[in-house]
Design a binder for this molecule. Structure first.
Ligand SMILES: NC(=O)c1ccc[n+]([C@@H]2O[C@H](COP(=O)([O-])OP(=O)(O)OC[C@H]3O[C@@H](n4cnc5c(N)ncnc54)[C@H](OP(=O)(O)O)[C@@H]3O)[C@@H](O)[C@H]2O)c1
Length: 306
């Protein structure tokens, strides 16, 4: 065990190292929206083993075991998941395979190698009926197949002796399709915008979340931690903020209730996440959602112009 100063996090990281070599951290779902930022934000002490579907289909136990045994990671950051919420409603079996069986295979490999497992989870484990934000100790009660599968995935991850479950929500990032990019794309194509006004959450940039996950790992946080950009808003307010940042606030946008949106899935209305653990762990809360969104929109527009 060595203490290594990491300039990225400006704190002392406790890192397990073999023969003074950097610790290997395997990242599943490395080609996904969050996985790309987790790989890109790795601190210097970590040697990242990015795992995509090309390396292993995590639904296949032999492939999962083989790729993780070969990598011999000290830690696995499990970002891979079946993330199509409406798809999970229509086809719960496939969602179960992607979120529960795949996590079971990852946790079996983690246990046999002796690796730590970090599992990324979601506000969809809650029903969203509470009036106050949901902290880590709040009772879970998923109301759709996606939430059920992610909760069962959490329970798989908890069976690894050293585990961390990071619940987050309303992700957007440069590495994948997401709500904000879809809104701005629709606005610039001159389409009418209708956005749900009665769902509240914490919009979170995958870049900030990725940095936060590395800080939690460095602090050897365990159990469940909620991590989002700070503050909450409705979907409509999130869309309006994105349009304002893009200089498109003259675009017409109508607020609708979630029941008017054509979706087969019941979604939690007020599943705002909050953390009662970050301070005790010694990790700073992430910046406000509004600041993060401003920076993201400007990067996204630059990319679209190129
Ligand atoms: N997006 C959100 O708003 C949100 C909110 C809260 C929590 N989360 C959680 O955050 C995590 C990352 O989400 P994300 O938005 O970055 O998801 P994403 O962009 O959909 O990425 C998921 C990645 O996992 C891969 N994957 C899925 N099943 C696999 C399998 N059986 N074997 C190998 N690879 C597999 C996918 O590969 P393919 O593309 O080939 O399928 C994809 O690259 C997930 O755990 C998700 O539940 C997301």
């Amino acid at each position: 065990m060595h203490f290594v100063d990491t300039t990225e996090s400006n704190c002392y990281a406790v890192v397990e190292m073999n023969n003074d070599q950097p610790a290997t951290v395997a990242v599943t779902g490395a080609a996904g929206m969050l996985g790309q930022d987790v790989c890109g934000e790795a601190p210097s002490w970590a040697r990242v083993a990015p795992l995509t579907r090309d390396e292993a289909d995590l639904c296949v136990p032999e492939e999962t075991r083989a790729v993780l045994t070969a990598a011999q990671p000290a830690t696995i950051i499990h970002c891979a998941a079946y993330t199509d919420v409406d798809g999970a409603t229509r086809d719960p079996d496939t969602a179960w395979q992607g979120n529960v069986l795949a996590t079971r295979h990852v946790r079996q490999a983690a246990s046999s190698i002796g690796a730590r497992l970090i599992y990324v989870s979601t506000d969809y484990v809650f029903d969203g009926t509470a009036s106050a934000p949901y902290t880590e100790s709040a009772p879970v009660n998923p109301i759709n197949a996606y939430g059920e599968s992610k909760l069962a995935g959490e329970r798989e991850a908890m069976r690894v002796e050293s585990h961390l479950i990071v619940r987050t929500q309303w992700l957007y990032g440069l590495g994948g399709s997401n709500f904000i990019a879809a809104i701005l794309d629709a606005a610039r194509s001159g389409r009418d915008l209708q956005v749900v006004q009665n769902e509240r959450g914490c919009p979170t940039w995958t870049l900030d979340l990725a940095r936060g996950i590395w800080r939690l790992l460095e602090r050897r946080a365990d159990g469940i931690v909620h991590l989002t950009n700070r503050g909450a808003c409705t979907r409509l307010e999130m869309a309006q903020a994105a349009l304002a940042e893009a200089g498109m606030d003259d675009v017409s946008i109508t607020g609708i209730d979630s029941g008017e949106w054509p979706s087969p899935t019941r979604r939690p209305l007020n599943a705002v996440l909050a953390s009662e653990r970050l301070e005790e762990i010694g990790v700073e809360p992430l910046r406000t959602w509004r600041k993060a969104l401003g920076e993201y929109v400007s990067l996204l527009l630059d990319r679209w112009e190129d």
